[in-house]
Design a protein around this ligand. Structure first.
Ligand code: NAP
Length: 170
């Protein structure tokens, strides 16, 4: 799968690119400064120049998946935080495939079936697969919600249902 990594030059993005480059997928590093190209050239990873403040259609073209790891950084004002850090929602709506929609439908159905929030189900699904997620929260309520997700153990039947979601579209 060709995976566009947005924010590839950052701490998180670079780790993601390296991880993907060592596996079966084919990462494409989205960078906004051409001087960052050399780092990815040395990893044998393709780059595309694009800035989230402008259209990124050319970068998304021919990619099968997008990983959003961009952030405006702590030194910018709230306007940039909203513009950049929240751009993932816009991108998700604009470019999502039918399999993403199927996954979302199953996620919401599972959450409703077991009386949890979708966020809690995602965290429990990750921990159920031995992955330790890093969770973020803007309010104490969000942190309480996430912590409850870590306490949730999904039965095998639900894990399989989530694993299978959208697989038929791939
Ligand atoms: N690091 C963590 O432990 C952690 C944990 C939880 C959540 N997060 C969140 O994950 C996100 C990334 O964190 P990070 O530590 O990897 O941040 P980072 O090192 O500052 O990297 C952010 C990346 O976003 C890119 N970027 C900023 N504005 C952009 C724009 N307009 N267009 C395209 N790219 C743009 C930057 O590009 P340049 O390289 O060109 O500046 C940089 O590569 C942030 O939202 C952060 O809050 C991080």
């Amino acid at each position: 799968m060709k995976v566009l990594v947005i924010g590839a030059n950052g701490n998180t993005g670079t780790r993601v690119v390296k991880h993907l480059a060592g596996g079966v997928h084919d990462p494409v590093a989205m960078i906004r400064d051409p001087t960052h190209r050399a780092k990815f050239d040395s990893l044998g990873v393709a780059t595309v120049l694009a800035d989230l403040e402008y259209p990124i259609d050319h970068a998304v073209q021919n990619c099968d998946a997008i990983i959003f790891a961009a952030g405006s950084g702590g030194s910018t004002g709230k306007d940039k935080t909203v513009l950049i850090d929240h751009k993932d929602r816009e991108i998700q709506k604009q470019y999502r495939h039918r399999d993403s929609e199927v996954r979302q439908e199953v996620l919401f159905q599972v959450a409703s079936d077991i009386g949890a929030t979708p966020n809690q189900v995602i965290l429990a699904w990750l921990t159920g697969h031995g992955i330790i997620p890093i969770t973020g929260a803007s309010t104490p309520q969000q942190m309480s919600e996430s912590l409850a997700g870590f306490d949730l153990t999904l039965p095998d039947e639900i894990l399989s249902r989530l694993d299978a979601a959208g697989a038929e579209q791939q």
